[in-house]
Design a protein around this ligand. Structure first.
Ligand code: NAD
Ligand code: USQ
Length: 403
């Protein structure tokens, strides 16, 4: 089962205890990279705050790492550090570990959580912006040529109907000049965030642009769609390595929620008309994409490299229909708690990963396995009172809203 890549690096994974970060750390370690996890375990504390738990029983970090050494005969080191607040500690870790690459997952990633209250908005902005800015500053201060791989979101492009296939980060434009000529430029695709969380990802892009231009930091920004599934080849090796599975109204993402809801016979919770189209990727492909990003760094002097990390797009009501046909689940339509378009089209380019060897896991292959192997298996751990989405996008009375 040990994989062996000829390309071996020292990699720090910020946020390596999380849903994407944990399986990525194991995958990179399995390939022979020397992996160091940095995490402040804030996601576990948010579970305490929300009184919600992963459907799957995730183990403490110490147990996870011991299990990995036993199973794979590889070592991963762990530092408990708040990268948004403890700059000196982060810098020490970078100077001591001397990484070739840093993968940055360490942000508050739930859109509904980021919209719950002024406290949650401020926490998300303070945490995410300071985390990203601290990492960039620490890379520059360390004086090392470290490739930063950041997990961004396809949500930075917004969810109106663009009318074009969304390019990988940069938009070609033509501008008429005063003399009537037309000049061409490539600019960052216009920012159109749909939540405070998504807004922090748009702001991250400006940090990357500046530190790349000013200090020559080599950066890859992965604009990732909604991740579905739970386990990867590595997390399946031992029960103690199991990945988290969020299903609550704040952190559960739409497809995993539908799979869990089907397993516990809860009507599938479609928001609004379900006409929202979104991009998706399986967790196994997430870890593979991060590997490909590390193996294909930008050359010195290159601008920020942006990959769209998604494999297919689906409409929410079509996903509900698919899960319902497979499992017999009922579908329920709820007033949408978010402020988003009821219906949108979405076409996203993802040629860069496909051309570098990504072989996507499609919904049609893995869906039922996920229902039986994970959602049904751990259904007894579900707290149904945590399923409703309670976070509202708008607190202002209707009369005060712009028309
Ligand atoms: P997660 O919440 O499960 O993991 C994030 C990890 O980062 C957690 O372990 C948390 O404790 C840690 N963290 C947060 N702030 C930190 C800080 N200040 N210092 C140290 N550690 C900190 O989220 P995830 O689903 O694994 O997402 C990881 C990244 O991928 C996020 O940046 C998210 O925006 C992006 N992403 C996720 C999805 C998805 O569907 N899950 C989709 C697209 C993009
Ligand atoms: N939705 C439902 N029913 C539900 C849950 C969600 O209809 O029970 C709808 C939402 O209203 C929304 C869509 O499904 O229209 C997607 O919601 P989501 O919670 O699955 O995903 P989102 O909030 O967009 O955020 C997730 C991750 C985030 C990541 C983003 C990628 O939490 O970290 O950045 O997916 S993207 O969607 O491309 O912006």
């Amino acid at each position: 089962m040990k994989l062996n890549s000829s390309f071996k690096e020292k990699v720090i994974v910020l946020g390596g205890d999380g849903f994407c970060g944990w399986p990525t750390s194991l995958h990179l370690s399995n390939l022979g990279h020397d992996v160091v996890i940095v995490d402040n375990l804030s996601r576990r504390n948010i579970d305490n705050e929300l009184e919600a738990e992963s459907l799957t029983p995730i183990h403490p970090m110490g147990t996870r790492l011991k299990a990995w050494t036993e199973v794979a005969d590889r070592n991963i080191r762990f530092y408990n550090c708040d990268v948004a607040k403890n700059y000196e500690h982060l810098l020490d870790i970078i100077e001591k570990e001397r990484p070739d690459a840093i993968v940055h997952f360490a942000e508050q990633r739930s859109a509904p959580y980021s919209m719950k209250s002024p406290y949650h908005k401020r926490y998300t902005v303070n945490n995410n912006l300071n985390a990203t800015h601290n990492v960039l500053t620490a890379i520059v201060q360390s004086g090392r040529d470290i490739h930063l791989v950041h997990l961004g979101t396809t949500g930075v492009y917004g969810y109106g109907t663009a009318g074009i296939e969304i390019p990988e980060g940069y938009l070609e434009i033509e501008i008429p000049t005063e003399t009537g000529e037309r000049i061409s430029r490539e600019i960052l695709y216009p920012a159109d965030p749909g939540s405070v969380y998504h807004m922090t990802k748009n702001q991250d892009q400006l940090f990357f642009h500046f530190y790349n231009k000013n200090d020559g930091v080599r950066i890859t920004d992965l604009h990732q769609g909604i991740v579905w599934g739970t386990n990867t080849r590595e997390t399946m090796l031992d029960e103690r390595l199991i990945n988290r599975f969020d299903y609550d109204g704040d952190y559960g993402t739409v497809l995993n929620r539908f799979l869990m809801q089907a397993a516990v016979h809860y009507p599938l919770t479609v928001h609004g008309t379900g006409g929202q189209t979104r991009a998706f990727i399986h967790i196994q492909d997430t870890v593979r994409c991060v590997q490909l990003a590390i193996e294909n760094p930008p050359a010195p002097g290159d601008r920020v490299q942006i990959f769209n990390q998604m494999t297919e797009t689906h409409r929410v009501r079509d996903l509900a229909g698919l899960v319902s046909r497979l499992t017999g689940a009922e579908i329920a339509y709820f007033p949408n708690p978010r402020n988003e378009a009821d219906e949108n089209e979405l076409h996203v380019k993802n040629e860069l990963f496909l051309s570098r060897g990504l072989n996507p896991t499609l919904l049609s292959e893995g869906l039922m396995l996920e229902v039986t192997a994970v959602a049904q298996r751990y259904a007894h751990r579900a707290d149904l009172s945590k399923i409703p989405a309670t976070s509202q996008w708008r607190q202002t009375p209707k009369a005060m809203r712009p028309i």
